[in-house]
Design a protein around this ligand. Structure first.
Ligand code: SF4
Length: 458
């Protein structure tokens, strides 16, 4: 079946722009600086540039675009794995069915326990994760689990990463106050996709590829995608295919990806990295992140703890707008003692800093950590959100809201060092708010937050 991923077109673009001139690269960068995205030809030009000086200019421009559109905000979240049952056999995943280990799904009480630990770390935004197994982890269980998370305390947004499903199921999911529905295509290269997902439901390339379309048909307004970089060695192909996917969502549903996750293949139980042809180097990875940022300036870009502190720190300066922190990637892992844990994880974590350590580090680099969840509760989702971002109004809402959530976090979980950092940072950021009415409101809200009032936003 023909899809919107036009393999021949992508390969022709990469071939045609195989050795771009300096002026072609600079022309693409000048266009990128307008913050309106890039054409396919321009993306192919940037992907094929090997000139060291021009590559540094790509990195710099991506940082400038991120700063212009998102400011210094970095959104924080944590994954919550509630079931490791899976009937799929993705060759790269610790949860694949060929891996024999005691599998489980969390009960309501166990989910409450996990949420309590996550809340004690300060989290307000979670990404719910399950494998695919309709017998042992039915769709109704996932819907119930969302209720159990919300009822357990003060989690304010749940993004959901579950297998591709039907429009009817997406309608039911939409009814559960979720944030973004996230699903990775893993690889857009069909032969590779089919080889890496043998004899399984997930092995159906089209079922995966059109899942976001179905989710939007079911009423879900914010969808997130991603490639697992390293599965298919030609990362340039994957970047162009991801843009095609985004464009088709815009064409058919009126809005493209709300977020794009950028994971890179990591070692997992039952697989070795040398099973795969060729990994993605750190430098190639930076090229991927920065070119995606230039091509999709309004899309949130997510980096997980698969990456090291050094790489995450660098890429926050060049396009990444959301990071996970303090993550555990096993079922029940937050409430279990890590020394005694026998839990099989989906992949290995490379940045094991706690959220407070990540927050301090962000503040010291002049980034504003955010636990804001206001938009989806105010109905600022889908194309309504994108219109706000495109109009350059993100600073009127997201920045003040981030500042408020940072102060709320600090009051509840801060130590002396964090309190000093947050107080100094808050004064500096308040001074930068030009709208005097907004500034007065945020100042007053922060005063109230320091008195114990929670969940204030504009
Ligand atoms: S990637 Fe997802 S679907 Fe594939 S084996 Fe892992 S949990 Fe199952």
């Amino acid at each position: 079946m023909e899809t919107f991923i036009q393999i021949d077109h992508i390969e022709a673009l990469l071939k045609h722009h195989f050795n771009p001139t300096e002026s072609e690269v600079l022309s693409a960068l000048n266009h990128a600086k307008e913050g309106k995205g890039l054409t396919y030809d321009e993306i192919a030009v940037l992907l094929n540039t090997e000139d060291e000086i021009l590559l540094q200019q790509i990195f710099k421009t991506a940082g400038e675009i991120k700063d212009k559109i998102y400011g210094n905000r970095v959104v924080l979240f944590a994954p919550l794995y509630i079931s490791d049952y899976c009937k799929n056999n993705c060759t790269y995943c610790g949860y694949k069915r060929d891996n024999i280990f005691p599998r489980r799904k969390l009960s309501r009480e166990e989910i409450h326990q996990e949420v309590k630990v996550l809340e004690a770390l300060g989290h307000k935004r979670l990404a719910l994760e399950v494998g695919e197994d309709e017998d042992n982890c039915p769709f109704d269980y996932v819907l119930d689990a969302i209720d159990w998370i919300y009822e357990a305390g003060d989690i304010r947004r749940i993004n959901v990463n579950i297998a591709a499903t039907t429009v009817d199921n997406y309608k039911r999911l939409h009814g559960k106050k979720i944030g973004t529905y996230i699903l990775f295509q893993e690889t857009y290269h069909r032969p590779t996709y089919e080889k890496l997902h043998p004899q399984s439901l997930k092995g159906d390339y089209e079922r995966q590829l059109y899942a976001h379309h179905r989710a939007m048909e079911g009423g879900i307004e914010d969808v997130g995608g991603g490639v697992l970089y390293g599965l298919y060695p030609n990362w340039k192909f994957e970047v162009l295919a991801q843009i095609m996917h985004n464009e088709d969502l815009e064409r058919t549903s009126g809005v493209g990806f709300h977020t794009i996750s950028i994971p890179r293949l990591k070692k997992a139980v039952g697989m070795e990295l040398d099973q795969f042809e060729k990994g993605i180097t750190d430098f190639e990875f930076k090229r991927i992140v920065t070119i995606l940022r230039l091509a999709l300036p309004y899309t949130g870009m997510i980096l997980s703890t698969r990456e090291t502190q050094e790489i995450r720190t660098d890429l926050i300066h060049h396009g990444i707008s959301q990071v996970s922190a303090g993550s555990q990637t096993g079922v029940g892992s937050y409430s279990e003692s890590q020394e005694d844990s026998q839990v099989t994880t989906q992949f290995e974590v490379s940045d094991d800093r706690s959220p407070i350590e990540v927050i301090k580090s962000l503040l010291k680099m002049d980034f504003l950590p955010s636990y804001c969840t206001a938009c989806y509760r105010m109905g600022r989702t889908g194309d309504a959100f994108m219109e706000i971002v495109k109009a350059g109004r993100i600073g009127e809402m997201c920045h003040p809201n981030a500042l408020m959530t940072l102060n709320e976090y600090c009051l509840q979980y801060g130590d002396d060092e964090l309190r000093k950092l947050v107080d100094d940072f808050t004064q500096k950021e308040l001074a930068l708010i030009k709208n005097l009415v907004l500034k007065a409101k945020v100042t007053e809200n922060i005063r109230l937050i320091k008195l114990g009032v929670k969940d204030l936003y504009v």
